[in-house]
Design a protein around this ligand. Sequence first.
Ligand code: HEC
Ligand code: HEC
Length: 320
Amino acid sequence: MATRIFSKRIVRVALLLLIPLVAIQFIHPRLENPPVSADLQAPPEVKQILERSCYDCHSNQTHLLWFDEIQPAYTLVKGHVLKARKMLNFSHWDSLTPPQQKATLYLSLNKILYGEMPLSQYTMLHRNAKMTEEDITVLKKYLVNLTPVKVSDTSRVNAGNRQYAQWINHSTTPVAVQPAANGIEYIRGYNNWKAISTTDRFDNGTIRVIFGNEVAVKAIEEGNINPWPDGTIFAKVAWDKLVDSSGNIHAGEFKQVEFMIKDAKKYAFSKGWGWARWLGMQLKPYGGKNVNFSRECQGCHQPFKDNDFVFTMPLQLKAK
Ligand code: HEC
Ligand code: HEC
């Protein structure tokens, strides 16, 4: 008798719990697929990978599976899709200039390499959206070929060498350099700091060197780099990469210098770092009047959040 009352109560409770679950199935504002204005154009093997792994969220061609349609999953999925489309939408590819398109693909590759994209919550249920090593190789190859290495003529190589010599001597640094829109002042003399790493960015044909100030170098020596101590500054310089007829690589035109300045308190709002970049020999502040330009920097450095947002592993530590 007692057990019967008890089990009746369980059924009643279970039914009560079911009601909201059933009810929310009707709260189902549809996720629309708005028109595609200009779809990304890429070779079919590249396109297929992106369609399979990214298009459900980053395009206006979202295909939901039956289990995505069930609440509360539906609201979650819809939230992801709306947010993802806002940040990157392959269906409005023409809203980006060709250099922006290339940079976006490079950012995408980074997000894939660091396991941020596609979202793991999604690939758990959508197994075929998982990226394989082969997929990644295909994407990399495609990006490399977007920027073929061209042999530069001798006059360009010579001009590059001259500019490099000037850069070493600071002889062309303008007397007054405008601060960046976020208030960060240009830092002179970084080219006397220690070079801690150098990389060759395959997608956009530049040579880059990363310098660290004294605080950074000391932190490296002491192995105290996560988090980096306040006062650490990195400067990253990029030159055009020129290749002469013998295949030697030269630094060409000076493209830009950018800085990350560590101050956990002062820059708490931007991941503990102050971000700024100056373009060309004229050192024009990047971002114009937009104080929020550094969101772009933070976004691309985000995959390295467990590394205090720093990509570079100093050469010295790598060798250890
Ligand atoms: C399940 C949905 C989902 C899938 C699938 C997905 N993304 Fe995302 N993606 C998002 C969301 C949500 C964001 C915004 C993340 C944030 O900032 O919180 C995002 C952000 C990004 C960004 C950052 C854009 C910016 O301007 O900062 C890139 C790049 C990106 N995704 C690329 C990809 C690529 C490439 C794929 C496929 C390999 C992919 N995503 C698959 C949901 C998704
Ligand atoms: C598209 C991705 C991307 C964006 C956007 C980006 N960075 Fe980076 N940054 C990198 C990568 C990748 C490295 C690692 C070195 C390399 O490969 O060039 C790096 C390295 C750096 C370094 C050297 C320290 C380190 O983390 O290795 C500085 C300084 C830096 N970036 C500053 C900036 C600033 C300032 C901005 C914004 C104005 C910015 N970055 C925007 C990708 C990006």
